[in-house]
Design a protein around this ligand. Sequence first.
Ligand code: R5P
Length: 282
Amino acid sequence: MARSVAALTGFPLLMPNRRIFPDGEQYLRIEGDVNGQDVAVFQSLAFQPDPLLIEYSLIVDALKGGGVRSVVGVIPYLAYARQDQVFRPNEPLSARLIPRLIESVGTDRVITVDMHLHRFKEPGEVFRMPAQNLTAMPLLARHYREHGRASAVIVVGPDSESEQWVRVVARELGAPCVVLEKERFGDREVKIRGELPLKGRTALVVDDIVSTGKTMIEVITRLKSEGAQRVDALVSHALLVEGAKKKMKDAGLNELIYSDTIPGGDAQVSVAPLLAKSLKNL
Ligand code: R5P
């Protein structure tokens, strides 16, 4: 991602040298003169958020030690945002703790994409520093339209928090939308309720994250049983763990379109131009 954004903006690219000490600790060094510079640190927090947060902290500390003027953390997928409430006594409020950690290591500002905002409504409720939350939804919707799948579509959200993304996609496609209700019974069990007027239509499910795919599978099964002719899905962050892609296909999903905020996938849509524009504006 850093490479793509550097190419789009013309900003120079530095890669840290890294290695792991025999005891598992990380060593890194930034090669190059950063004194007085404004630096954007691109950091994934997908799949292994804990060592990646330490890596990010070491990078920012090294940069600050090297005399940079400011650090923008570019974190396309902000992990831990779903634990946004103390659901049971003695749990952490991870959705606020992680932003505070990112801040405490010396970050001056953050740019992220489709942050999981549910009980917190604005990034400013968890970040004290300036934080920009970009959205990949218009890009995903445009890709869907440009590939000719957008006729007789109804846009479907699995749960109340998905409404913010559903509305953007529905507006972009000029399509009607419906938002369902989700009840979660554990990390891998969900139930979906709601009215679905979709006989003979294409249902386009929109969500911020697909992880185990259980939410999607519940929705797809429901949409198929209500007579949807075709079911496609748009998501920003495709974590796709535990064979989720195949399981969703087996449940009847025709096409999954997602962005490249999670490294390593076959994303059809890149958020690099969004991030490049935002950095240029800064
Ligand atoms: C949570 O509310 C999110 O918006 C997603 O619906 C959820 O994280 C998807 O997770 P999974 O794919 O494991 O059901």
